[in-house]
Write a protein that binds this ligand. Structure first.
Ligand code: AKG
Length: 191
C-alpha cells in the first residue's frame, strides 16, 4: 500500500475490497467554498437517454452520453477545482491522474439508483459536501445480495477501486437534507 493510500487505512476490514474511506478530507472552510462554487454551476437534471434523473449535474473533462453510449469531451476542469483535484491525486498515490470530474446536487429526497460506473473509468473518488448519505453497496451472493452501507459524512472522501468498483454496485437512497458531491475519476487503461 502506498503512503498516500495508508491515509485511507481507517477503513473497516469488512468493507468491500478496494473501498477506502477517509473523514475530514477537507476543512469546513474549503467545504463552504466548494458548495458555493458547485451551487453556482449551470447544473442540469441528469440525462439518461430519454429519461431524466432528479439529481442535477455538471461534468468536466468527459461526459458519458447515454444516447450515443460513449464518452464525449466536456468543458475543461475549471481552475477553482484544480487544488482539490491535486489533493485527491496526492491521496490516490503515484500515477493517479484525474481526467473527469462530476459535480452533483441532490435535493431532499433525491438519490441515485443501483449502478456501476462506466468501464472507460478506473478508480472513482467521491467527496461528500453539506450533509451525510447512506452510500450502499450490493453484490450477488447466490440467490441473495451481499450488502454493505458506508455512512459518508460531509467533508469525507471515499475511493472505489478493485472489487468495490468492478463487482459491487452502489446507490444512495433519497437524502434527508440537500447534499452535494464531487466525483473524481481516473481513466481505465485501454487494452
Ligand atoms: O454522490 C455520490 O457520492 C455518488 C455519485 C455516483 O454514484 C455517480 O455519479 O455515479
Amino acid at each position: 500500500m502506498s503512503d498516500q493510500l495508508a491515509l485511507f487505512a481507517a477503513s473497516p476490514s469488512h468493507m468491500p475490497e478496494g473501498l477506502h474511506y477517509m473523514e475530514d478530507f477537507i476543512s469546513s472552510a474549503t467545504e463552504q467554498e466548494l458548495i458555493a462554487q458547485v451551487a453556482a454551476l449551470p447544473l442540469r437534471p441528469f440525462q439518461f437517454g430519454i429519461y431524466e434523473g432528479k439529481r442535477r449535474v455538471v461534468s468536466f473533462g468527459f461526459n458519458y452520453d447515454y444516447t450515443k453510449q460513449r464518452l464525449e469531451d466536456a468543458e475543461q476542469i475549471p481552475p477553482w477545482l484544480l487544488p482539490i483535484v491535486a489533493q485527491v491525486e496526492a491521496h490516490g498515490g503515484e500515477g493517479t491522474r484525474i481526467a473527469q470530474v462530476g459535480c452533483i446536487e441532490y435535493g431532499t429526497g433525491v438519490g441515485i439508483g443501483w449502478h456501476r460506473d462506466k468501464p472507460q473509468f478506473d478508480r472513482i473518488f467521491g467527496l461528500s459536501l453539506r450533509s451525510p448519505c447512506k452510500f450502499r453497496f450490493r453484490k450477488p451472493n447466490g440467490s441473495k445480495w451481499q450488502r454493505f452501507t458506508l455512512d459518508a459524512a460531509p467533508r469525507s472522501l471515499y475511493m472505489m477501486s478493485g472489487e468495490s468498483r468492478q463487482v459491487w454496485e452502489h446507490s444512495i437512497p433519497g437524502v434527508e437534507a440537500p447534499r452535494y458531491s464531487i466525483m473524481f475519476r481516473t481513466m481505465a487503461k485501454r487494452p
